[in-house]
Design a protein around this ligand. Structure first.
Ligand SMILES: Cc1c2[nH]c(c1CCC(=O)O)Cc1[nH]c(c(CCC(=O)O)c1C)Cc1[nH]c(c(CCC(=O)O)c1C)Cc1[nH]c(c(C)c1CCC(=O)O)C2
Length: 364
């Protein structure tokens, strides 16, 4: 592996490994995104997936929030999308403006259309190249996060053909074709394993699995359909790294909306960090997971629309919740989901400043 510049800020890696830190490390999901004028300026000249496939452009977008919030932000996340995995499986995905699959999987027989024995490293090598270039360009300022989508969330896009409110088509699969559904979920998981291992080899220092639709399943169905593939990924990544003599990196799971599953996820899903949304209080989340994992989250992204007073009040409340009580373990400050367009970038700066202030071990 190429030698990278020495890391100057390892706060998030220490927190992810379960250590209490002098203050909470902080980053936000979708930090390179449409709320940033510099993102919109570059995006005006390139299509979304063109940027994903062009390492120099993906690197540039990854660095934008790091430059703007230098000294305040503790991690970069590679600019890409969870939908590059369905693309690697041979599906066409457009972004206009939301994701659109012209030929979704309608019935189990359609799985035959997916690419057989995908060479993940060949199909997604452009992501690895973006990661390696970004690691060099970061010059050790903060760690770089790699990611993928969770099988259940990707399954839903591949079957629905885009975003959905009803989940009608993918739930038809789960409940009419449960065995075929599980086989497809495992198949997606196997691509995710190779993809995360490749990202780690290329320089990713922490990886996150986004299960954005976890909360659409009942606790029973989450355990039945999503959890097995999430475990397959954590175990598969660790086994492949060990076999290749590559040190493990921390793994984060963001099972959005699956707050009822927190205790069992902390117990045996195989992740170091669990990301939570804002529909559970930090104290309740910590009570559910004990000291088995670090927690990441969880301010409602909508608070960023509320102005400085609201942001300060809610960061203080969040910090007190995560710090309070016995057995408090590590905390990575973040929003409970991605930052949304329309947020004033200066208000995000204020969010970071408030996290620094209220999460410090000396803060009252
Ligand atoms: C479900 C999901 C997707 N993509 C992702 C998820 C999981 C996280 C979540 O639940 O928000 C993950 C993602 N997407 C993007 C990143 C980049 C890294 C980061 O800054 O966090 C990450 C980590 C860039 C992006 N991915 C997308 C954009 C905006 C598209 C544009 O530039 O036109 C960005 C910056 C497009 C995208 N990609 C996806 C959707 C639904 C959309 C369109 C609507 C939306 O923006 O929410 C699929």
């Amino acid at each position: 592996m190429a030698a990278f510049p020495a890391l100057k800020n390892d706060l998030i890696l220490r927190a992810a490994r379960g250590e209490e830190t002098e203050r909470a490390p902080v980053w936000v999901m979708r930090q390179a995104g449409r709320y940033l004028p510099e993102f919109m300026a570059l995006r005006a000249h390139h299509s979304f997936f063109e940027i994903c496939r062009t390492p120099a452009l993906a690197k540039e977008l990854t660095l934008q929030p790091i430059r703007r919030y230098s000294g305040l932000i503790d991690a970069a996340i590679i600019f890409s999308d969870i939908l590059v995995v369905p693309q690697a499986l041979g599906m066409e995905v457009q972004m206009n403006p939301g994701p659109h699959f012209p030929d979704p999987l309608n019935v189990p027989a359609d799985v035959a259309r997916l690419a057989q024995d995908v060479d993940v490293d060949a199909a997604l090598g452009y992501v690895y190249e973006a990661i390696t270039q970004t690691r060099h360009a970061l010059a050790g300022e903060v760690p770089l996060i790699g990611f993928c989508g969770a099988p259940w969330t990707l399954f839903s896009y591949m079957i629905e053909g885009g975003g959905t409110k009803t989940f009608q088509k993918c739930k038809t699969w789960l409940f009419k074709y449960p065995e075929e559904s599980k086989a497809l979920l495992d198949r997606i998981a196997d691509v995710c394993i190779d993809f995360l291992v490749g990202q780690i080899k290329a320089g990713a220092q922490l990886v996150q699995v986004f299960d954005s639709w976890a909360g659409e399943l009942s606790p029973h169905d989450f355990a039945e359909f999503s959890l097995p593939s999430l475990k397959r990924i954590s175990a598969g990544v660790r086994a492949k790294l060990a076999a290749a003599n590559i040190p493990a990196v921390p793994m984060t799971l963001f099972p959005k909306g699956a707050n009822l599953a927190l205790a069992s996820l902390a117990e045996n899903a195989g992740y170091d960090v669990i990301g939570i949304d804002w529909c559970i209080s930090p104290a309740d989340a910590r009570a559910a997971v004990g000291d088995k994992v670090a927690l990441q989250g969880n301010m409602d992204p909508g608070v960023l629309y509320g102005g400085r007073e609201a942001i300060e009040r809610e960061v203080k409340r969040m910090a007190e919740g995560f710090k309070g009580g016995k057995g408090t373990k590590a905390w990575i400050a973040n929003l409970g989901h991605g930052i949304t367009p329309g947020v004033n970038p200066d208000d995000l700066k204020w969010f970071f400043e408030c996290v620094h202030k209220y999460s410090a071990s000396s803060a009252a």
